[in-house]
Ligand binder design. Structure first.
Ligand code: HEM
Length: 535
């Protein structure tokens, strides 16, 4: 026998380990059998062959073989933290109950536990965190009424407004399906045929496309949701997270390249270490509110996720703050297996008719049944921190029967004359919007694809505009001339100066493609990043 008894002896004294009673730190298998040799497989003689009844080895190796689940199809690379949300009990200066009856918001100072997962979007779970990409900002509120997930991004708008386009968009942004080499060609090919993406592209290729880390960035629900009050009256809302003391910081491409050369996990490390040091990041939750109608007076449709709601007309109203103060105990259990979805709402919060939001709402729980498993909601990170009682039974990895205390285990259906679960009584007035329209395949009327991109371009500081032009020229000069021309056309519709500078940059890059003038142009335009003003 050449097990690790020497180590045991060193650590604790072997004699005790051989005693009648099993010590608490004794290694066992999942059947509870103590393992006395974790170093040697069972063989015929010490040179083998192995025998097939090596139960401990087989259990150990087969579990290892299954240690990975499929990574998220998007947002695969992420980091998470626990904390709490504290409500101000008001929305701006008004009582929050005027707009929503959701309990988590009502009483000033009430705290609700949260779990947050930040992520990059396009690339795999081992990709560097310095890539130009939106950042995910998903928050799970474990409220007294069950879970609420606010699944957002750092940027306040999105590339597209119709969910039918999402799988194509993601294919276009991911690495080439043949070579597996990433590059900008697919992205620009797709967005040159999707003019509604011009605004998002303007943010993404500016320094706002590379937040310095996860703490120093904003968050946004992007889609339009609804709040519903006790009278069943709904309003349209957009959610925004504004970083408090840690501020906002973005990177230039050059700064990101430098970090990437040294560390591919800088954002995960930054979040983890800040929390370990006791420097807890904080964000304020703000909402913008509009009455629940189609607002013909606006140039854009309030259900269009490619649009910002102008802050001067729809001010950011403070609702509460979130503090992240605890790191996960196990990355896999809590961060990898966490499952967020836009369908996860509590009473007083509702969907709007934003089509992208409705498409998303199907997609999340569908992929989670594939990625984590049928019973993903029984895992502690996903389960609400309140009573759950359903008639859902079985399925892979079913861990417990979520029945009510005292409920007959025989009655796993509803309705029943004898026992089993009963429906909740409807206490609050339902929100029941009325519809009268033909069933069609049509886009929204007010597309306004370029105007806000121009506003954003003009609102950037000089260094941000220079960086944007520089990054776009670098990426577009790798694309087919037809793509270049279309993109220049879109940028020109947004702002003449914007289009002109990209066109001139591309011409210069073309001229210099044999020499070094492209590199020179890129160098000329490059600037170092600094603290950013919020948009
Ligand atoms: C993750 C679909 C748009 C934010 C995901 C996942 C899918 C998905 C399938 C993987 C989920 C998982 O494996 O758990 C879609 C579809 C969209 C869409 C179909 C549009 C039709 C958006 C938008 C945002 C967003 C507009 C931002 C507001 C996120 C975030 C995650 C995610 C933050 C990661 C959640 C986590 O940390 O686990 N999305 N998405 N998605 N999506 Fe979307």
């Amino acid at each position: 026998y050449e097990g690790n008894n020497g180590i045991n002896q060193e650590r604790t004294g072997f004699a005790q380990n051989r005693g009648e009673t099993e010590r608490e730190d004794t290694l066992t298998n999942r059947q509870g059998h103590p393992i006395s040799d974790n170093q040697n497989v069972r063989t015929v003689g010490n040179r083998g062959p192995m025998t097939l009844e090596n139960y401990h080895f087989l259990e150990k190796i087969t579990h290892f073989d299954r240690e990975r689940i499929p990574e998220r199809v998007v947002h695969a690379r992420g980091a998470g933290a626990h904390g709490y949300f504290e409500t101000y009990g008001k929305v701006g200066d008004e009582p929050v109950s005027k707009y929503t009856r959701a309990k988590l918001f009502q009483v000033e100072g009430k705290r609700t536990p949260v779990f947050v997962r930040f992520s990059t979007v396009v690339h795999g779970s081992g990709s560097p965190e310095t890539l130009r990409d939106p950042r995910g900002f998903a928050v799970k509120f474990y409220t007294e009424e069950g879970n609420w997930d606010l699944v957002g991004n750092n940027l306040k708008i999105f590339f597209i407004r119709d969910p039918l386009k999402f799988p194509d968009m993601v294919h276009a942004f991911k690495p080439d399906p043949v070579s597996n080499v990433p590059g900008p060609v697919g992205m620009f090919d797709f967005v040159s045929r999707s003019p509604e993406a011009t605004h998002m592209i303007t943010f993404l290729w500016s320094p706002w496309g590379i937040p310095a880390n996860y703490r120093q960035m904003q968050g946004s629900g992007v889609n339009t949701y609804k709040w519903v009050n006790a009278d069943g009256v709904g309003v349209l809302v957009k959610y925004h997270w504004e970083p408090l003391k840690q501020g906002i910081k973005n990177l230039t491409q050059e700064e990101a390249n430098k970090i990437q050369g040294m560390n591919d996990s800088h954002a995960t490390q930054d979040l983890y270490e800040a929390i370990e040091r006791g420097e807890y990041p904080e964000w304020e939750l703000c909402v913008q509110i509009m009455s629940d109608d189609d607002h013909p007076e606006l140039e854009f449709d309030p259900l269009d996720p490619t649009k910002l709601w102008p802050e001067d007309q729809f001010p950011f109203l403070k609702v509460g703050k979130m503090v992240l103060n605890r790191n996960p105990e196990n990355y896999y259990n809590e961060v990898e297996q966490a499952a967020f979805g836009t369908g996860v709402l509590v009473d007083g919060l509702d969907f709007s008719d934003d089509k992208l939001l409705q498409g998303r709402t199907f997609s999340y729980s569908d992929t989670q049944r594939h990625r984590v498993g049928t019973n993903y909601l029984q895992l502690p990170i996903n389960a609400p921190k309140k009573r759950v009682a359903t008639n859902q039974r079985g399925g892979q990895m079913s861990y417990f029967v979520d029945k009510a205390p005292g409920q007959s285990p025989h009655v796993d259906y509803e309705p029943s004359m004898t026992d089993g679960l009963v429906e909740a009584s409807q206490t609050a007035k339902p929100h029941q919007p009325h519809y009268d329209a033909n069933l069609v395949r049509q886009k929204l009327d007010r597309t306004l694809d370029f105007k806000q991109a121009g506003d954003t371009y003009r609102a950037f500081e000089d260094w941000e505009r220079n960086e944007l032009i520089n990054n776009l020229v670098g990426a577009l000069s790798q694309c087919d001339v037809r793509i270049q021309e279309k993109m220049v056309e879109h940028f020109t519709y947004a702002d003449e100066d914007y289009g002109r500078r990209v066109r001139e940059g591309l011409e210069q890059a073309k001229k210099g493609s044999d020499g070094d003038s492209r590199e020179q142009a890129v160098e000329d335009a490059s600037r170092m990043g600094h603290e950013a003003d919020p948009y």
